[in-house]
Design a binder for this molecule. Structure first.
Ligand code: FO1
Length: 307
């Protein structure tokens, strides 16, 4: 893989943003496009909120809150305190600075701009040179069917119910299609990287859009495992894998989920057990920016050396 490979990363929220930041540091600005899940998006308090796009944008801008993994650093929640005093919903916490993003995005969307256009405008304002592409400009939402028979909107399940209800099915609703920009980026890609996001609720929403899976299948593709030592680095994936597949959480379970798409997989030391495809074992739990860049460079070198 030459240094000026054209890389397209598919990403969701927290895990995806860390590898995306590493890739952005390891590649020239015009070499990386990140296609981002919008299945978590919601309209809340009248504002359009795009959690995964915002996590990616804030992380790439160096403005993200490192402890939470989402939202902005140096955040306060005084507007939410007032919302609460009026009896409004406080279960989904919108920080005061974060509200600025939702206000700006919602205003532009109401003016007729597409989510793709608005994302490019917000990124330019924050000095993010990596191209972030929402997977669709249309409606495409993830719902969780629980084993108790409820159907919950994604954030209601993840945040509202703390991802406690065990999952029986992950369901997508809406007619949104992959944007032309996403399909064109995939057509031009020398490498597709599946970031260590939740396959079921972050990567599948992108892969399921017409035209995406066949383009990924036609391109060299490498995944970074979101499962380390049988557990998820962050989020509900550790229980979703057994709930949805009956198998224990493992890198091999992730490889099986991406059946046929992967040319290689990067996993934590000791996690190559059961893998039947080329793999690189290394330290995959990402710390600071330098560590993220180190891992991204290892992944790119591993991908370049694949047959
Ligand atoms: N996650 C939480 O656990 N609690 C919250 O109150 C919360 C608010 C929130 C607001 C804006 C935003 O962009 C993300 C937010 N998240 C919150 C995280 C979000 O639910 C997840 O990051 C993604 O949906 C999963 O990738």
């Amino acid at each position: 893989m030459s240094q000026h490979a054209r890389v397209v990363a598919l990403a969701g929220g927290v895990g995806g943003s860390r590898l995306a930041q590493g890739l952005a540091r390891a590649l020239p600005a015009d070499a990386l496009t990140v296609v981002v899940n919008t299945g978590d998006d919601l309209t809340h308090l009248g504002l359009r909120v795009c959690p995964d796009l915002d996590t990616l944008m804030y992380t790439l801008a160096g403005l993200g809150d490192r402890a939470r993994g989402w939202g902005l650093a140096d955040e306060s929640f005084r507007a939410m305190e007032m919302v609460g005093r009026y009896g409004g919903p406080t279960w989904f916490a919108l920080g005061d600075r974060d509200l600025g993003t939702h206000l700006a995005r919602t205003t532009r969307l109401h003016a007729g701009a597409s989510l793709t256009e608005v994302t490019a405008e917000l990124c330019a304002s924050l000095g993010v040179s990596t191209r972030l592409l929402p997977m669709t400009d249309g409606e495409r939402r993830t719902f969780i069917d629980t084993q108790e028979g409820e159907r919950l909107a994604f954030q209601d399940w993840l945040v509202g119910r703390r991802a406690a209800p065990r999952v029986s099915r992950v369901v997508r609703e809406g007619q949104g299609q992959a944007t032309c920009a996403v399909l064109a980026a995939l057509d031009a890609a020398d490498l597709v990287v599946l970031c260590p996001s939740n396959p079921y609720v972050s990567i599948d929403p992108i892969m399921e859009l017409a035209g995406v899976r066949e383009r990924v299948a036609d391109t060299r593709c490498v995944a970074l495992s979101p499962i380390v030592g049988g557990a998820a680095v962050k989020g509900p994936l550790g229980t979703m894998i057994p709930d949805l597949t009956g198998a224990p959480a493992s890198a091999a379970a992730i490889a099986r989920h991406y059946q046929g798409l992967l040319d290689g997989m990067v996993v934590e030391h000791g996690d190559a057990e059961g893998l039947t495809l080329p793999s690189l074992e290394t330290r995959t739990v990402m710390g600071d920016e330098h560590d993220r860049e180190r891992l991204a460079r290892e992944l790119l070198a591993f991908a370049a050396a694949l047959p």
